[in-house]
Design a protein around this ligand. Structure first.
Ligand code: ACM
Length: 695
């Protein structure tokens, strides 16, 4: 059964009993496996006397902590002070939780996360086999507690829910730019809110080694600019994540992406030092020396230390993007390869991976790596994370390896939520896998590579798009309706603010700072019409290549990867040019176009005082011209007069030029305006009804 928009409409519930009230969309993301509403049966009020009971069987300390966290979240979501929230006797209270058993002390892959939630006007009953399922159900309850004319309340309904995939993750790269502890914590809160269960922590790369090592202190002392996590902080994060049902998988990238290790320990490298922390981006030559026993002795001691610090059973060794140049240039390494009958660098890396896998296993862990590590010599227990396409995921599964999908979930590409939502671990090359091979695909992870993120704007690159990926990995495969996803993500977007995530608030602050003015509405109008270019454009476009030291205080850094305004305008124009015209539609399009046309004069006044805004002057000029072009197109349509050929050619050239990135942002609204111009010239989509009759 396809859970499309139509079905979703049937589960819209009345916000109040008054007939004129708009139906309220269920604010749920990820969408549960099954939702049945009970229309007309009222709502459960979440008021001052709200109380919670926990069944005796499940009253383990884990669950008590989970409920305490839930109540804290509920207070923040509702703005309530800690009033009468209290544990009631079993079977009493407005929220009755019953759990059969505690989850594992150290959370494991594949633990039961299922739950059921039944809400009547008098109580909500949450049942789960284990604490982990109760945590997921509590988040569902939180999402449903919405403000209504009667106060905060939850609709009456019955939910049965469980995840589609057991591995649903977010990777954060804390090496390219350091992620302070509070930023990690608020993102863990956001992850728990959308039922993600793996935080993959990319802790070392060329640009920084981010964990304190007591055994090899020069790693963090010389490789981090002082920006690293103490072991105490790591334990704090692991425990914070555990309390929210999230595993923490550390990644120490090797043998490439490892310059920061060599600053303190140059003997690990395959080429002569000295080394310094890399400030640029890309793939670099330094790589560990796989031929020396001293390398494995070092890794044995290092991995042994880290294996104790990180309790999860998986240990990620990276393994991506080794260019092999240091190996090619080293006569001793070449001699080693020759004497071991290795044909190429891939064989040498496979040898390294085999040795490292034994070390990882010796310390009680299962090795994970990016898809480059896939090699028939490696043990079948390892997990392959596919970043180079679904084919490598299918190949891994067919060769008997478990795998995860990250290709298509790269948040730094700045694609819209809909693009990520369309990527499924079981489409494309993986669709044809046998059922047994499909079992090997554990789920997926979104990747937040940090070349162009700061603690200030990282949340805006993760949220709310992460919620769409979380839904893809949790909800049934047939939950694919993009309109429904956007309707709900728009609600979840501001709901996530209560977790202290700054994806909405930071943009405001950053824009204000660029202008140093109180009244910045023209800047907001411009920012709403643009999106930042993705990681490739950030590097390729500027004449001076950015580095780790480049400030991130420009329009491109503040602009969101997707704007509600841009999306809604595109949808409005699509409906308009395809003849699905509703009253008021043209007026709305006109009003937006007029605002854009007239924005430039106000923006110019702001930019006069700001070196940071001046680069955006051409973008603002383009937006003004686009507004004018769109209005002229509407005028032709209104007069039912086909736009002249030379006007059309000129305007299309203008939209094409406006679509080119400037100041590393793209005017996302140029494409719909192009459609208006085409429509006014009688080009597809054709058969426009007379627009005059629309308003
Ligand atoms: C990767 O993006 N190099 C894993």
């Amino acid at each position: 059964m396809r859970i499309g928009w139509a079905l979703l409409m049937t589960v819209m519930v009345m916000a109040s009993t008054t007939a004129e009230q708009e139906p309220q969309l269920l604010r749920l993301m990820p969408w549960p496996e099954s939702v049945k509403t009970v229309p007309g049966s009222g709502r459960l009020i979440v008021g001052n006397s709200f109380s919670v009971s926990v069944s005796a069987g499940g009253a383990n300390p884990q669950l008590r902590r989970a409920v305490a966290i839930f109540l804290d979240d509920l207070r923040r979501h509702t703005g309530s002070l800690p009033l009468d929230f209290a544990f009631a006797e079993t079977g009493k209270g407005q929220l009755q939780i019953s759990v059969d058993r505690a989850s594992k002390q150290v959370q494991e892959l594949g633990e039961d996360e299922s739950y059921s939630l039944e809400v009547t006007a008098s109580a909500a009953i949450l049942k789960a086999p284990s604490t982990l399922g109760a945590m997921r159900g509590l988040q569902t309850f939180l999402q449903l507690a919405q403000i209504t004319p009667q106060g905060f309340s939850v609709p009456t309904l019955v939910i049965q829910d469980k995840p589609r995939f057991p591995w649903r993750g977010l990777m954060i790269d804390s090496s390219r730019h350091f992620t302070p502890i509070d930023v990690v914590k608020r993102n863990l809160d956001g992850m728990a809110a959308v039922k993600l269960n793996v935080f993959h922590w990319h802790l070392s790369d060329n640009q920084g080694f981010r964990v304190e090592s007591r055994r090899f202190p020069k790693l963090h002392e010389m490789g981090s600019d002082g920006l690293y996590y103490t072991q105490e902080q790591v334990r704090e994060i692991v425990s914070y994540a555990r309390d929210r049902g999230i595993r923490v998988v550390p990644e120490f990238d090797m043998p490439g992406h490892s310059t920061s290790w060599f600053v303190g320990y140059p003997d690990l490298a395959s080429g002569p030092g000295p080394y310094s922390i890399e400030r640029k981006w890309g793939v670099f030559d330094p790589a560990m020396d796989p031929t020396r026993e001293s390398t494995y002795k070092f890794l044995d001691e290092f991995i042994g230390e880290m294996a104790k610090l990180f309790s999860d059973e998986f240990f990620h060794i990276g393994g991506d993007e080794v260019n092999g140049k240091q190996w090619d240039a080293n006569a001793r390494i070449q001699q080693f390869m020759h004497s071991h009958s290795m044909k190429n660098n891939a064989d040498l890396q496979a040898y390294f991976n085999e040795r490292v896998q034994k070390i990882v296993a010796k310390h009680g862990k299962i090795m994970e790596g990016w898809d480059e590590i896939l090699h028939p010599d490696l043990q079948k227990s390892i997990v392959i994370q596919s970043w180079r396409g679904q084919k490598s995921l299918a190949d891994a599964a067919q060769q008997g390896y478990r795998g995860l999908l990250s290709s298509g979930y790269y948040l730094d590409h700045m694609d819209p939520a809909s693009a990520h939502y369309a990527v499924d671990p079981f489409t494309g090359p993986t669709a044809g896998l046998s059922d047994t091979d499909k079992q090997k695909i554990l789920g997926g992870e979104a990747c937040m590579w940090a070349e162009y993120v700061s603690p200030e704007n990282i949340d805006s690159r993760i949220w709310p798009r992460m919620a769409a990926i979380a839904e893809r990995l949790w909800s049934p495969q047939n939950v694919t309706d993009v309109d429904s996803m956007y309707a709900r993500i728009d609600k979840i977007n501001s709901w996530l603010d209560a977790y202290g995530l700054t994806h909405n608030t930071a943009r405001m602050l950053m824009l204000k700072r660029t202008a140093d003015a109180e009244e910045v509405s023209s800047l907001h109008t411009l920012a709403d019409a643009v999106v930042p270019v993705g990681i490739d454009g950030r590097y390729d476009l500027p004449s001076v290549k950015p580095t780790a030291l480049t400030p991130m205080n420009r329009l491109v850094d503040a602009a969101a990867p997707e704007t509600v305004k841009g999306r809604q305008f595109a949808a409005l124009v699509d409906a308009f040019v395809s003849g699905k015209i509703k009253p008021g539609m043209e007026a709305e399009i006109r009003s937006t176009l007029t605002q854009w046309r007239d924005n430039d004069i106000h923006f110019r006044a702001l930019a006069e005082n700001s070196a940071l805004l001046q680069e955006a002057l051409p973008v603002s000029r383009d937006l003004s011209a686009l507004g004018q072009a769109g209005l002229e197109a509407l005028d032709y349509l209104d007069r039912a007069e086909k736009a002249p050929e030379d006007w059309k050619t000129q305007q299309l050239a203008l939209t094409q030029a406006a679509m080119q990135p400037k100041a590393e942002v793209v005017l996302i609204v140029a494409a719909p305006i192009q459609k208006l111009i085409q429509a006014s010239a009688g080009e597809a989509p054709t058969n426009l009804p007379l627009p005059k009759s629309a308003d």
